[in-house]
Design a protein around this ligand. Structure first.
Ligand code: SF4
Ligand code: SF4
Length: 428
C-alpha cells in the first residue's frame, strides 16, 4: 500500500512504525474472511482491510479521529485473527494500538462512554475494587432485565460465588516436589484471581508436581492490556514498568528460568513489553529481557512433559483456543496435546479461529456483537457433545460459561486433576 507521510511526520517513531506496517498491506482482502466483525456485519469498514484504510487516512492527514473511524475501530475485537490469515505479515496489532492511542488523544467520546471506560480502567485491574464491584453487580442481578446492554454485560460477569483472597495471592515461594527442574515466577494477574482463584492454585500445584519452584513476587499487577486496548498508552506502559521492576528483583536475585502466565490475553501483552517500551531509554533493555522470559503455562508444561494421567475415566473435552493463545502467541497444538497426553478425549469445534466475544472489556463495551459471537461459539462447542469445555484464558471462560450449562474450566485445572490434583469445581 502506498503511503504519503511527510518527512516531518516520519520523525515520530510511532508514525514511522505504522508507515512500515501499512506499506506491507497489499489490499488482497484475505483477512476479511476470518474477521469476526466482517463475518457478522459484512461491512468492509468492519474488516481488517477497511480498518487499515481508515487508520491510514486518519494518521496521514494528522487529523483528529472522526466519529466514523471511532465506530469501526471500537468494533474491532483485537482478536488478531487477521494477522494469522494475512499472507504479507501485516502487523495489525501494533497498527491498531497506534490508532487507538490517536483516538484517545484527539477524540472526545460521549460522557457515558467516557465514564464507563474510566470506571473499567480503574476497577478491573484492581482486585480489591473489582471484588467490591462484583458484589455490587450481584446485588444488581435481579434488576438485569431493566438494564441497558452495557450494564447487563457488567452484571453478567459476577460469578455465582465471589471469592476472597487466597494463599497464592500472597508473595511467597512454593517449592518443587522431588528434583527441582526450574525456578519460575507465576504472574497471578488481576481480574482472574478474583473471578476464578482456583486457576492459580491449580497452576502452582501442577508446576510444583513437575519440578518447578514457583515464586509469587510482591508488587506485580495487571499486565496493562486492558488500558492498552482503550488507547491509554502511558497507563499501559506504567503497568509494564511496575511488573518489570517486580520480576527483575527475582531475575537479579535467585534467578528465574521463566515468567509463567496462565491467562493468554496477559501473556500476549507481556511478551510485547519489549515493543511497548522500545523508546524508553531506562526500561527498554529490561522490558526486552522480561518479554523473552515470558511463557504461557502450556509452553512450560510441554517442555516438562505431562505424561499419562491417573484418572479412572476421562471426560470428553471441547477445546476453545483463545484468540490471544492461537493468534496472539501462535500456541495452537501444545495445550491440546497436553490434554491428550494426560488421557483426555479432545475435540476441536468448528470455526475455532473465531473469537467468543470476550476480548477483554469488549463484552461490556460492545455487548450486542459480543452476544452474537458468544452464541455462535457456544453452538459450535456444544456440537461436539463435550462433558467439559476447556480454554486457557479467563475472559473466554467467563464469556462462554454465560452461554452454556456445560462446565467451562481452564486447561491447567484439567491437567492438575489428571496428575493428582482435585477435581475442578463444576465437574461433579
Ligand atoms: S483484530 Fe479481529 S476484529 Fe479486529 S480487524 Fe483483525 S480479525 Fe477483525
Ligand atoms: S490479508 Fe494482509 S495484505 Fe491482505 S488486505 Fe488483509 S492485511 Fe492487507
Amino acid at each position: 500500500m502506498q503511503t504519503l507521510f511527510t518527512p516531518d511526520q516520519l520523525k515520530d517513531p510511532a508514525i514511522s512504525i505504522s508507515n512500515d506496517i501499512l506499506r506491507n498491506c497489499v489490499h488482497c482482502g484475505f483477512c476479511t474472511a476470518t474477521c469476526p466483525t466482517y463475518v457478522l456485519l459484512g461491512d468492509e469498514l468492519d474488516s481488517p482491510r477497511g480498518r487499515i484504510y481508515l487508520i491510514k487516512n486518519m494518521l496521514e492527514g494528522g487529523k483528529p479521529a472522526t466519529e466514523k473511524v471511532v465506530k469501526h475501530i471500537d468494533r474491532c475485537l483485537t482478536c488478531l485473527s487477521c494477522m494469522t490469515t494475512c499472507p504479507s505479515g501485516v502487523d495489525y496489532m501494533h497498527l491498531v494500538d497506534h490508532a487507538r492511542n490517536h483516538i484517545e488523544k484527539t477524540y472526545t467520546r460521549p460522557l457515558g462512554d467516557r465514564l464507563l471506560r474510566a470506571i473499567l480502567a480503574l476497577i478491573v485491574p484492581n482486585p480489591k475494587l473489582f471484588r467490591l464491584a462484583l458484589w455490587g453487580a450481584r446485588l444488581g442481578q435481579p434488576f438485569r432485565a431493566l438494564m441497558p446492554g452495557r450494564l447487563k454485560g457488567m452484571v453478567d460477569m459476577a460469578p455465582a460465588r465471589i471469592h476472597g483472597p487466597v494463599a497464592v495471592d500472597r508473595p511467597q515461594i512454593f517449592p518443587a516436589e522431588g528434583k527441582k527442574r526450574m525456578r519460575v515466577a507465576l504472574m497471578t494477574g488481576c481480574a482472574q484471581k478474583v473471578l476464578r482463584p482456583a486457576i492459580n492454585e491449580a497452576t502452582v500445584r501442577l508446576l510444583n508436581r513437575h519440578g518447578c519452584d514457583v515464586v509469587i513476587v510482591s508488587r506485580d499487577g495487571c499486565c496493562g492490556a486492558l488500558v492498552q486496548h482503550m488507547g491509554k498508552e502511558e497507563a499501559a506502559r506504567q503497568a509494564a514498568r511496575t511488573n518489570i521492576a517486580a520480576w527483575m528483583g527475582e531475575v537479579d536475585g535467585a534467578g528465574l528460568d521463566a515468567i509463567v502466565i496462565n491467562a493468554s490475553g496477559c501473556g500476549t501483552t507481556v511478551k510485547d513489553y519489549g515493543h511497548m517500551l522500545a523508546e524508553d531509554a531506562v526500561w527498554a533493555d529490561r522490558a526486552k529481557h522480561i518479554a523473552g522470559l515470558t511463557r504461557d503455562v502450556s509452553e512450560v508444561m510441554c517442555d516438562l512433559g505431562i505424561g499419562p494421567g491417573k484418572l479412572a475415566s476421562y471426560p470428553v473435552v471441547a477445546y476453545h483456543s483463545a484468540c490471544s493463545m492461537q493468534h496472539g502467541q501462535k500456541l495452537i497444538d501444545g495445550p491440546k496435546q497436553l490434554l491428550r497426553d494426560a488421557g483426555f478425549d479432545v475435540r476441536d469445534p468448528a470455526e475455532g479461529h473465531l473469537c467468543c466475544g470476550s476480548a477483554g472489556t469488549y463484552n461490556m463495551l460492545q455487548p450486542a456483537l459480543a452476544e452474537r459471537l458468544k452464541n455462535r461459539k457456544v453452538i459450535n462447542l456444544e456440537d461436539q457433545n463435550p462433558d467439559v469445555i476447556a480454554s486457557g484464558n479467563i475472559g473466554c471462560l467467563v464469556q462462554i460459561s454465560d452461554g452454556t450449562n456445560i462446565p467451562v474450566v481452564h486447561t491447567v485445572e484439567l491437567l492438575d486433576w489428571a496428575s493428582g490434583g482435585p477435581k475442578p469445581a463444576g465437574l461433579d
